[in-house]
Write a protein that binds this ligand. Structure first.
Ligand SMILES: Nc1nc2c(ncn2[C@@H]2O[C@H](COP(=O)(O)OP(=O)(O)OP(=O)(O)O)[C@@H](O)[C@H]2O)c(=O)[nH]1
Ligand SMILES: [Mg+2]
Length: 219
């Protein structure tokens, strides 16, 4: 009887836990985003917005009403990207953060054309290659991907629709983005916090929707 009550109690009090992996080039805003998520969902957390480049990882457990999100923030510097794949197998969702003020006009097809100097294209080419590489890895197959067009507070940023049509759609529909998957592109300012809740809400709904393919951990 004790064991029966104990298992009923544990079932009633435990929640599903999903892992979310934050990826993107260095300086995209991943750590700033994690700080804002912690500030919104853990009211006693004061966000540290004076971030330094991440070497290694930051991890936080976010307690939401109906599930936990364990969020992994890893370094985006070139030399650290080789470590990302060790997180893929346990990720229930991937967030790819793009610096919208550093992708030129965000149109892949114009990369290098119109005399487009590298200066004007920002890091668009690098962003494309890195996103393709993430999508192509077999361990990310079927995992929901949220692309966040960050730094929307900056005057020199590219609108979310340009990032969606000019970069994300072309990568997802290109030959290297073959796997059909749940994806979305949303605007964000990690610095001001605008768009953070919408991003977390999308993640929650999609990890649950995909839970037969990637079951949560009970906690
Ligand atoms: N204006 C503006 N600046 C931002 C925003 N998000 C991040 N930044 C700035 O961009 C810089 C890099 O932010 P981080 O969060 O450290 O970037 P990261 O993606 O974690 O970088 P790595 O750890 O090197 O991979 C910092 O100076 C942030 O203040 C934003 O939404 N708007
Ligand atoms: Mg960081």
């Amino acid at each position: 009887m004790y064991h029966l009550f104990k298992s009923i109690y544990l079932h009633a009090t435990s929640k599903e836990e999903y892992s979310v992996l934050l990826l993107g080039l260095d300086n995209a805003g991943k750590t700033t985003l994690l700080e804002q998520i912690k500030a919104i969902y853990s009211p006693d957390h004061h966000p540290n917005l004076n971030t330094v480049p991440t070497v290694g990882q930051n991890v936080s457990l976010i307690d939401l009403p109906d599930c936990y999100l364990r969020i992994w923030d890893v370094g985006g510097q070139h030399s650290l990207r080789g470590l990302w794949q060790s997180y893929y197998g346990s990720a229930h969702a991937i967030v790819f953060v793009v610096d919208s003020s550093d992708v030129g006009d965000a149109d892949i097809e114009r990369l290098g054309k119109d005399g487009g100097s590298l200066e004007h294209e920002g890091r668009l080419g690098e962003c494309k290659l890195v996103l393709e590489d993430v999508l192509q890895n077999e361990e990310t197959e079927g995992v929901p991907v949220l692309v966040l067009a960050n730094k929307q507070d900056r005057e020199d940023c590219v609108e979310v629709v340009r990032i969606k049509e000019g970069l994300v759609r072309k990568v997802f529909e290109g030959e290297k983005g073959t796997n059909v998957r749940d994806s979305r592109v949303l605007p964000l300012s990690a610095l001001t916090g605008t768009g953070v809740k919408e991003a977390v809400e999308w993640l929650c709904s999609r990890v649950k929707w995909n839970k037969e393919a990637r079951p949560p951990v009970m906690r």
